[in-house]
Design a protein around this ligand. Sequence first.
Ligand code: ADP
Ligand code: MG
Length: 481
Amino acid sequence: MSCSSHWEPVIGLEIHVQLNTESKLFSTSPASVHPVPNTSANLVDLAIPGTLPVLNKEALNKAIMFGVAIGASISPTCRFERKSYFYPDLPKGYQITQLANPIVGKGSLDLHVDGDTVKTIGITRAHLEEDAGKSIHDRYEKVTAIDLNRAGTPLLEVVTEPDLNSSSEAAACFRQLHTLVTWLGICDGNLNEGSMRCDANVSVRRHGTQALGNRTEIKNVNSFRFVERAVQYEIDRQISLLEQNETVERETRLYDVERDETRRMRGKEFSDDYRYFPDPDLLPVEVSQDLVRSISQSMPELPSNRRKRYTTYLNLNPAVAALLTRDRATSDYFEAICKVTNNASLVANWVLGNVSSVLNRDAITIEKFSLSPESLGVILRHVDSGEVSDALAKQVFDQVLSQGGSVHDVLDQVKQARISDNSELRELAQTILASHPDQVKQLSEGKSKVLGFLIGQAMKTSHGKADPKKLSEIFIELTST
Ligand code: ADP
Ligand code: MG
């Protein structure tokens, strides 16, 4: 029987972020991978002798932007090393990467799990490197094909400290880095296409001990959910080994999505010898303070800052603020509505409720949502002022979405269609009063809160069509004798 409470999981992530630059890290061919193999690779990518790499400034700037966003020190000189290994999809025989002077040094990320700040996670470093090509095993019988379109595309490898202590923290960290790089606009964030890939290093140790346990590394996981599952499987596996007095072997493992388990890929008893040395083809690049300053001035407001603003000035709870800042487009949409109407918690409810249901139903992102924040703002301004009920607002919302038309016209229509006839409202109020004698008694004892309940019941019975303002007057009139 494994007893997980005796053990503390320790996890560090290495995340490859594909930078969305126009051209590759050291060549002029397009960085967006072309579907036809070997059409977006030029002589540099093919490693033809005599060609020389030239650093792509855009990639450097985007890496710096990430560094500024995590409060890291930016290396004043940017150098590159060669990491030598042999693989058919690496025609140069080495990968250009950064070892001694990563462009981004130590920084940190405030981690939120379920909306609350859990803790600050250290980011060890982030460095620039080029991606390799692809081996294709299923295209031809008996031979492997090589596609070099991806060779040389720019990656930013982000390495965290072993500061994560559960599978959900690991997943939250991956998700939050995803939010950050897409927010900054330095990565398209498309997980299905491998724009972000996560290697998870996992170990466990006895609670209260300092020394780190033997770790395994799970390679190339590309979804938040899979990171959580793979890490959890690995934690459980290691605990049960240790409980049986066996040892955890240093090894690289793969996560099998179908079976929901990790499998040994190769051992790591000896560290590989990559024969790193400075790339003599690339001169060190000076990174001036002016450059860092101008990049930080060009950056959008960060999600962490918005979250703080939402909880401090708009009084939203941390979980709501976290959801609203999961991506920049949602947060921008929310803010644009707030310019039209003042009630932030009402707006938040609508964005995370009604709007998000439509997005889910239609499988679209908020960028493709047809109702402008200004129009939704007008609807919600009417709700905030009590002119229309939430239910009626929902009808307007649905109608404008399904049939188009101006929000103002539809609002006018429903306002006219609603029951504002006094005798009809009076009848409705009397029915409600007759069926809630307890509440009527409470009301007569001065418990005025009950009025809201009675109005709610009447709104429900009338399917949101009753005029709430008039109803309230009638209820007061009928019960104040
Ligand atoms: P390597 O040189 O093998 O890549 P690093 O020291 O660069 O190793 O660490 C890689 C990642 O593994 C980092 O994210 C780090 O936090 C994490 N890590 C290191 N040791 C452990 C451990 N014992 N348990 C969990 N994660 C670890
Ligand atoms: Mg490493």
